[in-house]
Structure formats: C-alpha cells, structure tokens
Design a protein around this ligand. Structure first.
Ligand code: FAD
Length: 414
C-alpha cells in the first residue's frame, strides 16, 4: 500500500491520518510536537454548523478598522512593514463581498454538518471520549443592534435548512438554570456542539498509534523533488520517503510551501484562552459573546474562555492588554463572574491558520503530482477537522469527494 507523509500533527493532520489509515494507507505524521505550539489543544472546542459565514464578509473591514483604535479590542494588527501582510490584507478586502459569502456558505455549512456527524461516529464506533456535548450554542448579544444582526444570521441559517431561534434574555436564562445573563437577547443554534479538544487530540493520537500510524517528533525543513514529484521530506534529523505528502502544518504551512514556490497566503491569527477551574456558576450550553467576540465553553466542571484575533505573523507572545479585554467583557454578559475569577489562570496562546478569504485550502496542487494541502481553517479548524481528514483521504485515493471542494482549491492564489 502507498506511503503517506503528513506534515503537522494538529486536528487536521490527525484526522487525515485516521481516514487514510482506515483506507489501508501506511501513514507517518511528522510534527514538531510541542503541544503548546499547535492550535488544536487549548482552543474553545466548538463544533459550529452556525459558522457558515466566512471571516471575509461585508462589514468586517470597517469593524476591523474601528477595533484597531482600541488596545483591548478583539482584533489587532501589529503595525509592521510586511509584504505578506499587506498582500493578505488586500486579498481579504477583495474577498469581503456579498457574492463571496453567498458562494462560501453552502460549502461551510455542509462541511460543518458532516464533521459534526463524523465526531458522533468517532464516539460511537471508536469509543473515543472527548466529552462531546450536543446541547447547541448561544450567540449572546448585549445590544439590540447586535441582536438584530444576529437574528438576520439566524434567518439565513434557517434558509440553509438549519434550526436557529432568536430568544429573549428570559428565554435564554430559562435554558441555563441558575445562570444570570445581562443581555438584550441571543440566538440559539441547537445543532452546534462542544468538546474538550485536548482530550480529542490525546485520544485520537493513542488510537492512531494502536492502528500502526507512525509519529515522528521533528521539524520538517524541506522537501526533495524530482520533476513534478516530491520524493522525500527532510527533517532536522532525517529524510522520510513517501508516495503522497499532505501539508497540514497550520499557520506555518505557507512558510514551508514557499520553499517550493507555492503560494498559499496565510497569517497566524493569534488568540488566547483561559481556563477557570472553579467557576462561580457552571454552564451547560456553550456561548459566544457577540460584541466582545469571546467564546465560553463548559469543560467537565471548568469553563474555558477564549478570544482575540491578532494578525501578528507567527509571533506567540502574550499581549496582556488584549487578554485583559477578554476578562473585562465576561462579567458584562455573565454578572456572576468577577474579574478576580481569572487572575489565577494561565494564558494559552494559539495561532489560527487564516486564509484571506476565510476558506480552507484543501486539495492537490496543480504543479505537483503528489502534494496535497489541508490547512487554512482559521476559526473553524477544530470543527472542520474530521471532515477535512475524510476529504483528504478521498483526494489521495482518487475517490470523488463527498463534498464539492472546488472553491477550496489550494491554487486559487497561485
Ligand atoms: C482562542 C482560540 C479558540 C478557538 N476555538 C475554536 C473553536 O471553538 N472551534 C474551532 O473549530 N476552531 C477553533 N479555533 C481554531 C482552531 O484551533 C484551529 O483552526 C485548528 O486547531 C487548526 O488546526 P491545524 O491542524 O490546521 O493546525 P495546528 O493545530 O496548529 O497544527 C499544526 C501543527 O503543525 C506543526 N508544524 C508546523 N510547521 C511544521 C514543520 N515545518 N514541521 C513539522 N511540524 C510543523 C505545528 O507544530 C503544529 O503542531 C480556535 C483558535 C483559537 C486560537
């Protein structure tokens, strides 16, 4: 059977390894496996069919510019001269159109729904336990303006065949016994779900090891070529030959592919999460705080809060003002929390692999016979992990993909 080498051991790399090994391929995952570095461990763990609107959408450019003026806002671009960043920004600006949203939403919804099914299947068929909860998600709005905007999204969701309900503050609180919410209202998306991402990652890795998937903890430094074929990858210590190569290196994928003169524009979208182990009140339903862009995920008795998007290359330093912005926003929605609840928590940093049009890169590269992209999932990589893995296995085997991935063509900027 063919040998497949996967660069990157995040949720996308592991999911690809799983579906490829199911088809009988001999799989090796090569990842410079510092768990703290990858984005797939400390994220908010939400599975989000509700996220069918890509980041590049009308209104986002103006909102981004407004946020740039505040040092604790949820969005930031570190001022610096970078050709890559300017080119990425221009592509984002051009993609943020109603037509793009219209084209993208069907594929995003279909992928998220299919991934949700695959997560459920993994629980049932593999007995993987990652505390998957299927109670849905609240989009909480403090202002009537935000509530109006989110209600329009709910209407679009219903147009796509998904359930979504606009609820008053009292209705929201009746679904979360004992939890106070200081909000104008919110939208309930019952098809969304959440999990503990670290548990999924460790469980999946152990399962893959049992199945004979090989793991190499090294950094990939280059790829060897003959004609239009990749023959091997070089790591800091060794050379690994394979028949097919999958690039699932998250925010670092574009850097790696530059060595082949392949252009997949990407910026690391830095975000933070904080775990509160003994919250003053426990939640059942995960939530997004609409104006603050903060995620709230119950995790086995604790609560994880996440937020901010800083376009900052691959820099991973913690900006305490932005983290403070997350702390400040939570009691504004959930008054039972106080700023002091967060002081003891360590801050986790992750880099979302952000493409300028908000869509992943999945598929074969035109100019290479055996090179496949599986990256660029921005804020939805955890949600889209399993479906991406399944699609990658279909691309490798030459089977028709379950979902039409033409719009995700990795050569779209080449
Ligand atoms: C605060 C926050 C909250 C989030 N919440 C959610 C959420 O609720 N739901 C959701 O769907 N998504 C969420 N995300 C986004 C999600 O975490 C990412 O989209 C996803 O984890 C990306 O997975 P990946 O496998 O592509 O990349 P990663 O997990 O980053 O994995 C890439 C791996 O490749 C390795 N690597 C890189 N370069 C090389 C190289 N040259 N050689 C070898 N290895 C290499 C890296 O070390 C890393 O381990 C969140 C992100 C953040 C920051």
């Amino acid at each position: 059977m063919k040998k497949v080498a996967i660069i990157g051991g995040g949720v996308v790399g592991l999911s690809s390894a799983y579906y490829l090994s199911e088809l009988g391929y001999q799989v090796t995952v090569v990842s410079d496996d510092d768990q703290l570095k990858g984005c797939s461990y400390g994220n908010a763990g939400m599975i989000v069919p509700s996220h069918f609107i890509p980041l590049a959408a009308p209104g986002m450019v103006m909102l981004g510019l407004k946020w740039l003026l505040r040092n604790d806002s949820p969005f930031y671009i570190k001022p610096r001269f970078s050709k890559d960043l300017m080119s990425w920004g221009w592509k984002f600006y051009k993609a943020a159109t109603p037509a793009h949203v219209q084209n993208a939403m069907h594929v995003l919804k279909e992928m998220n729904m299919e991934s949700r099914n695959l997560y459920l299947q993994l629980v049932e068929e593999e007995s993987l336990d990652f505390s998957l909860q299927t109670q849905g998600l609240f989009m909480l709005c403090k202002t009537s303006h935000a509530l109006k905007e989110e209600s329009i999204v709910a209407e679009q969701a219903r147009g796509l065949g998904m359930n979504a309900e606009t609820l008053s503050a009292a209705e929201l609180m009746s679904m979360e016994t004992g939890v106070e919410m200081d909000v104008a209202g919110g939208v309930y998306f019952p098809m969304d779900a959440y999990m503990v991402p670290g548990l999924f990652m460790s469980g999946m890795k152990a399962l893959l090891e049992q199945r004979g998937v090989n793991f190499i903890s090294e950094k990939v430094t280059g790829l060897d070529m003959r004609g239009s074929r990749i023959t091997a990858l070089q790591t800091t210590a060794d050379i690994l030959r394979a028949d097919e190569f999958i690039v699932a290196a998250g925010a670092w994928s574009s850097e790696l592919l530059k060595t082949l003169k392949v252009n997949i524009p990407m910026q690391g979208g830095k975000g933070y999460s904080i775990m509160v182990d003994q919250p003053p009140v426990y939640l059942r339903i995960c939530a997004l705080l609409s104006e603050a862009r903060v995620s709230v995920t119950p995790m086995n008795g604790a609560i994880r809060f996440g937020g901010t998007m800083e376009l900052n290359g691959t820099d991973r330093t913690v900006n305490s003002k932005r983290v403070g912005g997350i702390y400040k926003s939570i009691p504004q929605y959930y008054p039972q929390f106080a700023n002091t609840d967060f002081q003891k928590s360590d801050v986790w940093v992750g880099l979302r692999p952000c493409s300028p049009d908000g869509l992943p890169y999945i598929g074969r590269f035109r100019h290479y016979d055996n090179l496949i992209a599986a990256t660029g999932h921005s804020m939805m990589g955890m949600s889209l992990g399993p479906v991406t893995g399944k699609l990658v296995s279909q691309v490798v085997s030459g089977e028709k993909p379950d979902i039409d991935i033409a719009i995700l063509n990795p050569d779209r900027y080449n």
